[in-house]
Every structure is written in structure tokens, then in C-alpha cells.
Design a protein around this ligand. Structure first.
Ligand SMILES: N[C@@H](CCC(=O)N[C@@H](CS)C(=O)NCC(=O)O)C(=O)O
Length: 238
């Protein structure tokens, strides 16, 4: 897709959700271990959960499950019995669950002040606007593209409402690449450490421990991911 159209449609997805998850809300207790989320980028229900993670400033291991993905979907079926997304695993409490509304409530009760923000609690309206966000980019972050998985998971600094971060996450998803998601929405206490590491406050920022690569710029990240892991070739090992 042409870059201007790419950014415009990704920005429209953010607008459809009225900028939900642009900033951190009232984070509460911090988990010791990152949460684990099985999802795919263009699933509107998965978006609701990712918004909650951004608002609560939570890190999560993301296991992308694009449609026709050969590697990760099967794990969800084995663990929970269904191929349905999102699926959250909290290694801190032993909870494993389907259903976006239940997951969102669980997250705010466990790691927030117990109150689910308005834009995530409007039931049908929340689902409709999340669906509209997905509709702006129907083919991105939906289907599997042949890839070779990296040996170690990647890391992405991001927040849900950023249109540029979405473009990077879509490709991680299509290539079925697991990554540790560091959420750094506006107001995030994690921003200071991020700036110390990267040199400036800008996302997306990709870290690949397999190759020692650390890069900004969604277009560069997309090109790097496709070149390094796309096409099912043995690449990207340390
Ligand atoms: N009520 C569920 C609906 C979840 C759902 O329908 N997810 C779709 C993706 S948007 C799904 O997993 N479809 C099966 C598939 O993609 O194979 C929720 O809110 O979590």
C-alpha cells in the first residue's frame, strides 16, 4: 500500500476509537511477569484488550495468531479448547481466559483501580467502533504471510493509539513473530527508561536481540521485518 494511504487509514483506525488508549489511566498493582496475549492485529476484540494494556501501562508477550498461521493458533486450541481470540494468560495469577469484555474487566480489576474506562465499557458501541477501526485496514494484520520465526522474541515499544505503531504491529502479526510489547502511552512511567535506552521519545521502536538491530520508523521496521523474517528462509539467527 502507498505510504500516504497506509498512514491515513491507520490514523482513521485511531480516530474510529476516538483516540482511546492514547494515554495511561490509573495503573494499580504491577505484575511480576509480563502477561501473555494471543491475538491478531485486525481483530476488533483483540484491539480492546490491547487498549486496556496500553492504558494500564502493562507489558505483554504478544503471540500473534494471524488467520491461516501455522505455528501459534494450535497452541491456543490446546490450552483453552477453542481457536478464538483474544486469549489472555496471566502467569502471575494462573488465570487463562477468552472473551474480550471479561479480559478487559479482569485487567482493570487486577492491575488498575477496578473501573473500566468509558470507551471500553460501552458494549455494542465499543465493539462497533473497534470494528470500524479494523474496517479501515481489512487486509493488514489479518492473514499469515510465510515467514521463518526468530530464535528469540523481538521487543516493540509502542502504544495502541499510535497509527505508526499499528503499521509495525501488523507486520509482526502477519509474519507470526512473537514479541515483548512495551507500552509507553502518554503519561507512562516507563517513558523515562525508554528515552534513556533509545535516545528519544518516539515509537514504534523495534529491538531484535537476534541480530542486535534497534530501529525507529514504521516504514523501516516493516522493511527490516520482511527482509529478515519474511519468505520462510533461515535468517535472523544470532
Ligand atoms: N466475544 C468474543 C469474540 C471473539 C471473536 O469473535 N474473535 C474472532 C476474531 S475477531 C476469532 O477469534 N475468530 C476465529 C478465528 O479468527 O479463527 C470476544 O469478545 O472476545
Amino acid at each position: 500500500m502507498n505510504r500516504v494511504l497506509d498512514v491515513a487509514t491507520s490514523f482513521s483506525a485511531t480516530l474510529a476509537r476516538l483516540g482511546s488508549a492514547v494515554s495511561v489511566g490509573n495503573p494499580g498493582k504491577r505484575p511480576e511477569k509480563p502477561l501473555e496475549l494471543y491475538e491478531f492485529e485486525n481483530c476488533p476484540y483483540c484491539r480492546k484488550v490491547r487498549e486496556a494494556l496500553s492504558m494500564l501501562d502493562l507489558e505483554a508477550m504478544i503471540y500473534p495468531c494471524p488467520k491461516r498461521g501455522p505455528r501459534v493458533r494450535e497452541q491456543v486450541k490446546k490450552r483453552g479448547g477453542k481457536t478464538l481470540f483474544p486469549y489472555l494468560v496471566d502467569p502471575n495469577t494462573g488465570k487463562e481466559m477468552y472473551e474480550s469484555d471479561d479480559i478487559v474487566r479482569y485487567l482493570f480489576e487486577t492491575y488498575g483501580d477496578g473501573n473500566v474506562p468509558l470507551l471500553l465499557s460501552l458494549r455494542l458501541l465499543t465493539d462497533l467502533t473497534a470494528g470500524l477501526a479494523s474496517a479501515f485496514r481489512p487486509l493488514q494484520g489479518t492473514f499469515y504471510e510465510p515467514s521463518t520465526p526468530p530464535k528469540k522474541p523481538l521487543e516493540l515499544y509502542s502504544f495502541e493509539a499510535s497509527p505508526f505503531c499499528r503499521i509495525a504491529r501488523e507486520v509482526l502479526c502477519s509474519l507470526e513473530i512473537p514479541y515483548l510489547l512495551h507500552n509507553v502511552a502518554k503519561g507512562s512511567p516507563s517513558r523515562e527508561a525508554f528515552v534513556e535506552r533509545s535516545g528519544k521519545m518516539m515509537v514504534p521502536y523495534l529491538v531484535d536481540p537476534n541480530t542486535g538491530t534497534e530501529i525507529f520508523e514504521s516504514a523501516d521496521i516493516v522493511a527490516y521485518l520482511r527482509q529478515t523474517y519474511g519468505g520462510g528462509k533461515e535468517k535472523g539467527s544470532a
